[in-house]
Unconditional design. Structure first.
Length: 365
């Protein structure tokens, strides 16, 4: 058994629409954009991750950059398989091996995923030399990554806003009691900014520039105690066709994002309205937990707090909360399997970690 373990590496993957993160030996060893560049003539992938991201919006007709994932699920199976394979090969412990090791993988999936989409994630991961693939829901992974004791008979509500989806889940006793998954997240907010720049400034900006605007002056409210400085934005003038620069402030972006933020607020209220009363009483005391890159938007926590009349806590490192939780699940995987399944009764693939298997994963603070 020891020899077999020598030829096996254990990794946890947060396969995101915008970014993919990999944990190995309790460390984040890969943090890369989820994007590939393809040669249109040969169909071959020529760049993955950061190198492909640098090409985005700057390619000629023979090269195309695509995101293998859309709305949190695999949209291009072949590209996603190649991307996962390349990113796994970048794990230092795997890169220095003479022969590729067998892998044990825990990978997180959106809570609103269908069986077909679940199978696509599983198959895509298994084809990169994975001996065992286990799936865990993103809100559960985010809760574990934030240090919440998910096994307690106490309700907690998690909002995980990624690139493709916003997941809102009420968790108690190691399971998801009720959840909402909407396709309004980071990518939609970026598109909202692009649309606003076109309609209000007659300026055509690329996806990379819109993302930069969101990061530097993005806001969910039109009044901030410490507002960011106005920033210059460059693009193409839609009227003259000339390159052009305009100044943009956070109030403009708050106006541009308002409709999408309203839909996220509605989803949170929808999840709260379906919460059993005993868990609602717990949530009144514990408040709302937020994770994911979208939770870093200025004033979003304040806006959700005003809407729900609850305290909102944002994870210390929102971008890595999900992958940290997935890593904790991986570390305790053998214990989870022993608790969850009788000998010889492991579930049919894909192996989805059941609700009641998370006991004892998180020590109490």
């Amino acid at each position: 058994m020891g020899l077999f373990n020598f030829f096996t590496e254990e990794i946890a993957i947060d396969l995101g629409t915008a970014n993919t993160l990999i944990i190995h030996n309790d460390k984040v060893v890969v943090d890369s954009p989820s994007i590939v560049a393809i040669d249109q003539n040969t169909g071959k992938v020529i760049a993955v991750g950061r190198n492909a991201s640098l090409m985005q919006g700057k390619t000629h007709e023979n090269i195309k950059t695509i995101r293998p994932l859309k709305d949190g699920v695999i949209a291009n199976f072949k590209a996603s398989e190649f991307m996962i394979n390349e990113l796994i090969r970048n794990v230092p412990a795997i890169k220095k091996r003479l022969f590729p090791p067998s892998l044990k993988v825990v990978i997180c999936i959106p809570s609103g995923i269908t069986e077909v989409e679940k199978r696509a994630v599983y198959d895509s991961t298994q084809r990169v030399n994975a001996r065992d693939v286990y799936l865990v829901h993103e809100p559960m992974a985010a809760a574990i990554g934030m240090g919440i004791d998910v096994q307690q008979p106490k309700g907690n509500i998690i909002i995980d806003i990624g690139g493709g989806t916003a997941e809102i889940a009420v968790i108690a006793l190691g399971g998801i009691v009720c959840d909402k998954s909407i396709k309004i997240a980071g990518d939609v907010l970026t598109n909202d900014i692009s649309y606003y720049m076109r309609t209000q400034h007659n300026l055509f900006v690329g996806e990379h520039m819109a993302e930069m605007i969101k990061i530097q002056v993005g806001s969910a409210v039109d009044h901030l105690d410490n507002p960011p400085d106005d920033i210059p934005v460059q693009g193409r003038d839609l009227l003259t066709g000339k390159p052009k620069e305009v100044k943009v402030n956070y109030r403009e972006i708050a106006h541009a994002l308002d409709k999408s933020i309203l839909r996220i607020e509605d989803a949170v209220m929808g999840a709260l309205s379906e919460t059993p009363p005993e868990l609602a009483a717990d949530i009144y005391k514990t408040g709302i937990y937020m994770a994911g890159g979208g939770s870093m938007l200025r004033g979003l926590d304040k806006r959700i707090s005003q809407k729900t009349d609850l305290e909102v806590q944002v994870a210390e490192d929102p971008l890595r909360a999900v992958v940290r939780g997935t890593g904790i699940v991986l570390k305790n995987l053998d214990q989870i399997i022993r608790m969850s399944f009788a000998p010889g009764s492991e579930p049919a693939k894909p192996k989805e970690i059941p609700s009641f298997g998370f006991a004892g994963l998180i020590s109490k603070k």
